[in-house]
Design a protein around this ligand. Structure first.
Ligand SMILES: NC(=O)C1=CN([C@@H]2O[C@H](COP(=O)(O)OP(=O)(O)OC[C@H]3O[C@@H](n4cnc5c(N)ncnc54)[C@H](O)[C@@H]3O)[C@@H](O)[C@H]2O)C=CC1
Ligand SMILES: O=C(CO)COP(=O)(O)O
Length: 319
């Protein structure tokens, strides 16, 4: 039995993939309507079109779901600490796998840091990489990074969570994997804004490349390995998110660039992450101009046009 906290698009998609492969899944959702839809109609409101296997059972009882030996956390990043706080158990020795992407604006740590703070006796891991929930739910081939500082636990998680179409690569660099997944969303917003305002594909390629340099600068300063950033969780997810209209972060950026409105009910992790990154960079004395621009434009203090002018007018540098 695997427990999944969060019945949004990603939590539901992972539940479907695991259940199809023969693993029973208990899914926690906070609202009873979602639970009823899953249990009675095998449909999930956040993943329309998908039919859920009947070995997925949903519940509003977080304590029951949290008893599973392996727990996947699939709520948005900024709610992760609050959700873990609702679990009374210390989760001692249980494998707790964050499936969200971002940096907590309160304590400026990634998902495994939040798990360590809330449940220090749990084994924290992260599952991240290029993967749209719809693709996973449809059973299309997907490759992700499963990172856990505890190598033995990571090996077991890789074995238990891989399926014939969900291919997990193992790493012990949880910091690198979670920072790659968090930061690519910020760069995707920048790329969306660049395309939205009409700067074209060459400018987007420049932003992706210089954005990757910022991702690597921050992540390696915080202890990540450079080759983790070059893997699925970093470069892999950056490529997907900065180029696909299916990405909410990219589409949010497009709306900023076009000056149009964006559906506020959608999860856009890059906004808060840009804010957290800007504060982290100031604390660490790092220059991350693209991330800072995304924070300012998303926060409404600078226009897309002014941010671009400022980026282009920076002193010339060595690559
Ligand atoms: N949708 C996708 O394709 C992918 C999403 N992710 C990551 O998964 C995480 C979740 O994203 P999605 O599932 O797409 O979001 P979503 O917007 O589809 O669903 C979020 C779910 O979390 C619930 N939720 C929100 N705040 C909550 C709180 N305070 N307490 C309890 N539940 C709460 C909502 O009710 C909703 O069911 C994000 O960090 C995202 O970056 C990762 C890979 C792919
Ligand atoms: O993380 C994702 C793909 O790997 C999903 O991207 P969005 O959150 O931008 O939709």
């Amino acid at each position: 039995m695997i427990g999944v906290l969060g019945a949004g698009a990603f939590g539901t998609a992972l539940a479907i993939a695991l259940a199809r492969h023969g693993t029973p899944v208990a899914l926690w959702a906070r609202d009873p309507e979602t639970v009823a839809a899953i249990n009675h109609t095998h449909r999930a409101p956040r993943l329309p079109g998908a039919t859920l296997p009947d070995t997925i059972t949903a519940s509003t009882d977080i304590a029951r779901v949290a008893r599973a030996e392996t727990l996947l956390l699939a709520t948005p990043m900024q709610s992760l600490h609050a959700v873990l706080s609702q679990v009374a158990s210390p989760l001692t020795g249980q494998r707790v796998v964050a499936c969200c992407k971002g940096i907590d604006v309160t304590d400026l740590t990634g998902p495994t840091g939040v798990i360590a703070r809330a449940k220090p006796q749990a084994i924290a891991a992260i599952l991240t990489g290029p993967s749209f929930a719809d693709d996973i739910a449809r059973g299309l081939p997907t490759a992700l990074t499963l990172a856990c500082a505890d190598a033995d636990a990571g090996w077991r998680l890789q074995r238990d969570l891989s399926t014939p179409t969900l291919r997990l690569y193992r790493s012990t660099d949880a910091i690198g994997a979670e920072l790659g997944g968090a930061l690519k969303n910020v760069i995707a917003i920048a790329c969306g804004a660049c395309i939205g305002i009409g700067l074209g594909d060459s400018a987007r390629a420049a932003l992706m490349t210089r954005g990757f340099a910022e991702m690597s600068r921050l992540a390696t300063t915080l202890g990540a390995r450079a080759n983790t950033l070059a893997g699925l969780s970093g470069l892999g997810d950056l490529s997907l998110t900065c180029t696909s209209d299916l990405s909410r972060n990219y589409r949010f950026g497009l709306a900023l660039g076009r000056g149009t409105t964006f559906d506020a009910s959608l999860t856009v992790e890059g906004v808060k992450t840009a804010e957290a990154v800007t504060r982290l960079a100031a604390r660490l004395g790092l220059d991350l101009p693209i991330c800072r621009s995304v924070a300012e434009v998303s926060g409404g203090t600078v226009s897309v046009g002014d941010a671009i002018t400022r980026l282009l007018n920076r002193p010339l540098k060595e690559e």
